[in-house]
Design a protein around this ligand. Sequence first.
Ligand code: SF4
Length: 324
Amino acid sequence: MTEALLEVHDLVKHFPVGGAMLARSATPVRAVDGVSFTIRRGETLGLVGESGCGKTTTGRCILQLERPTSGRILFEGLDLVTLGEEALRPVRRRVQVIFQDPYSSLNPRMTIGQILAEPLKVHGIVPDRQGRAARVRELLVQVGLLPQHAGRYPHQLSGGQRQRVGIARALAMEPALIVCDEPVSALDVSIQAQIINLLEDLQSRLGLTYLFIAHDLSVVRHISDRVAVMYLGRIVEIADRKTLYEAPVHPYTKALLSAVPIPDPRLEARRERTVLRGEVPSALKPPSGCVFHPRCPIAEARCAAEAPNLREIKSAHWGACHLA
Ligand code: SF4
């Protein structure tokens, strides 16, 4: 088995509610509430759940854009939670992010060439100007753009091209791990496939490891080796891709999968949809017992009283449900 590049142990991130004056007494928002997983080198882990389930906060904790409330995040054996800003600097280079909306993170006054050259200069990756220009051209070609795009501004590119620039900017830092936070959600379906294919191609060429965050199980299916499903700050199921899609054990995973259209028209006609009751409850006051029980179609009395642990139901297939 390949070694673990990233290990997340019992990660908790609570946000205080209200201003600093109230923070001490207020009930916190339990955005991430005891999440554990491992990503092996060269692997893609899909992290899926509805908006507000804590998947983006999990990604931001790994990137150290948020400091966790508790838990451990081991990257290449180093616990990032214990590191100060100085010690984190080389790690920040090795762990990069691709955002959903690259437009908001690309400086509109800089050309694409300047945007890509900046980190090369700041981090001393390519100290000389000519070398940087050559590396920028190389990065552009690597992500399927043309060297001429270096002279354009972000607003002169399409959404898909801008996401390619976002990917090139992450690659400029020569990362080992990339947190892909909904990288295709803002794109047309036809462009989504191109970007996912590009990410896969780069992974096999450069040996990258991905945490791929999405709200939709159909998006992560193609790219993920394993998939973790999150609900209200917790992982409720995690398994390899085939097992998760073909034999899910958690009622929430089953409901999400029932919403995914099947390309075969005959199977699609027979697809039974499980429509969940109500909305995702507030992370400020999660339900008692199993946090999914108010929406679960098969909940029993004990589900409201007793929280199920995430346990290994079959080999390497984990689920958090009393009835699984
Ligand atoms: Fe549903 Fe109970 Fe399983 Fe929770 S523990 S998912 S409420 S059956």
